[in-house]
Design a protein around this ligand. Sequence first.
Ligand SMILES: Nc1ncnc2c1ncn2[C@@H]1O[C@H](COP(=O)(O)OS(=O)(=O)O)[C@@H](OP(=O)(O)O)[C@H]1O
Ligand SMILES: [Mg+2]
Ligand SMILES: [Mg+2]
Ligand SMILES: [Mg+2]
Length: 349
Amino acid sequence: MEEEEEERESLTLDKSLEAKYSKELDVAVRAVQMACFLCQKVQENFISKSNNQVHSKDDNSPVTVADWSVQATVSWLLSESFGSKNVSIVAEEDVQSLSKAEAAGLLAAVVKTVNNCLAEAPRFGLQGPLIPLGTSEVLEAISRCNSNGGPKGRFWALDPVDGTLGFVRGDQYAVALSLIENGEPVVGVLGCPNYPMRKEWLSYHHRYHRIISKLTPPTSESWDKGCVMYARRGSGEAWIQPVIQGNKKLVWPNSARPVNVSSIENPALATFCEPVEKSNSSHSFTAGLAHSVGVRKQPLRVYSMVKYAAIARGDAEIFMKFARSGYKEKIWDHAAGAVIIEEGWRCGD
Ligand SMILES: Nc1ncnc2c1ncn2[C@@H]1O[C@H](COP(=O)(O)OS(=O)(=O)O)[C@@H](OP(=O)(O)O)[C@H]1O
Ligand SMILES: [Mg+2]
Ligand SMILES: [Mg+2]
Ligand SMILES: [Mg+2]
């Protein structure tokens, strides 16, 4: 009797968890799918045109039209879906450099990119604006992402383009969105537009980008150029679905399947992930550390939170990043990936 009651209680608890975050997860996945669509368009443009579209921030890190446009788009979609009073967001970009008189052309490009993307919202199961957003609305959507975060209450953490360097080089990057409640990430969504559904397609992707006109991609049924991974705290599951390509519609749950972390126990068979840039982590230190614990394989050096995606689906086992002293890690660089791996790890229980 007592056991039955306990079981009923735990079922109710699971149900309430499901009810608690399922709308947030649903909207977040759709918004990230839209962001992937936006980024793919901008990245295609980067590859086909050689003019300089990369801008430098005060810390000399790169920023592009895609970073600001994704931040504006996701911020606008979250506010529309949940009401701007209920939405608090911490995100990477601000509007300082975008608001300067000399950045008028750049700002116009952002406004156009945001509106082109939002016009596609119905295809992703969301509602766009009735009329295109004006410049001030776009700036407002970006600058609204200035929440203080903190250990109490609810806020979203967004990295509009993580691995901007990978993005401008036509390589890997991610869009990362997570919901944090009382200091704990409870929803995580990682859009990886250049990380195919299957690992074997990765080398194909690289060839595809280097000699873009000479190769015909596999048929659309067998080829999913990018993926979106997501998880909800307490569900014990993490999921992967293909990034929507062309002008297809997102039909929920869009051929999603569960992902599992690797079951490898022998360090000699394990692969560790680390940043591509030496300035973001010490490669010699990680090599020494890997050797001392018996890891023998070459590291997987990949830009952005795709490292988390690789671990979540068992393509790699370890993540090491040792930033130079004084560098403060940002929550938007980790929260989404952390909840996906933690839930995907429970999947194997
Ligand atoms: N100096 C320094 N040290 C460590 N980390 C830094 C540093 N500068 C920036 N960043 C942050 O690193 C994010 C990219 O991390 P990655 O692991 O993808 O690095 S790499 O691009 O593969 O080299 C990158 O994220 P994005 O700005 O979103 O690209 C930054 O948040
Ligand atoms: Mg950046
Ligand atoms: Mg980042
Ligand atoms: Mg970023």
